[in-house]
Design a protein around this ligand. Structure first.
Ligand code: RB5
Length: 154
């Protein structure tokens, strides 16, 4: 099955988004850029919602990690807050590749959030590589992430 990474940003994450897209061209991931197409000021929740909806439409578990999302804004914070409002989305702001590896392995994060004003391009691309290259470990971690949604609490 081909693997797809959805990516979107706001104006604050536009340049890092471009660098990530460029880096992913050398991998077997298919990249879908959900915008914006220019650096004009825009509202990050619109792009977070667009990406999360597209990911959830493909199935809550992102087809077992075959579809993942990346959201880039100035800090990664606004994007993660907006994304985590969607049930079934587990968005993680990461500032190092240890965090992005753990976000996948332990938290089954399906969206990576990055801050262009926080990290450089080289680090950003490393974080993306770790995120996309790590699988969820399941087991006890599945039980724990199952407790995220209030409806599943005892
Ligand atoms: C835009 O100026 C900035 O607020 C946004 O990119 C993001 O950092 C919000 O969390």
């Amino acid at each position: 099955m081909s693997r797809t990474v959805l990516i979107a940003s706001d104006h604050g994450g536009f340049v890092l988004k471009g660098a990530i897209i460029q880096a992913l061209r050398q991998t077997d991931w298919t990249v879908e850029n959900l915008g914006p197409d220019c650096t004009g000021s825009c509202d990050y929740p619109q792009f977070a919602d667009k990406l999360c909806q597209r990911l959830l439409d493909a199935g809550e578990d992102g087809q077992n990690g075959q579809m993942l999302g990346i959201l880039v804004c100035g800090t990664g914070l606004g994007m993660s807050m907006a994304a985590n409002r969607h049930q079934g989305i587990r968005a993680a702001v990461c500032t190092c590749d240890f965090m992005s590896r753990m976000a996948r392995a332990h938290n089954n994060a399906n969206v990576l959030c990055l801050g262009e004003r926080v990290i450089g391009q080289g680090l950003g691309i490393d974080i993306v590589r770790s995120f996309l290259g790590t699988n969820f470990e399941g087991g006890r971690h599945l039980r724990r992430i199952g407790q995220f949604d209030t409806t599943t609490k005892p």
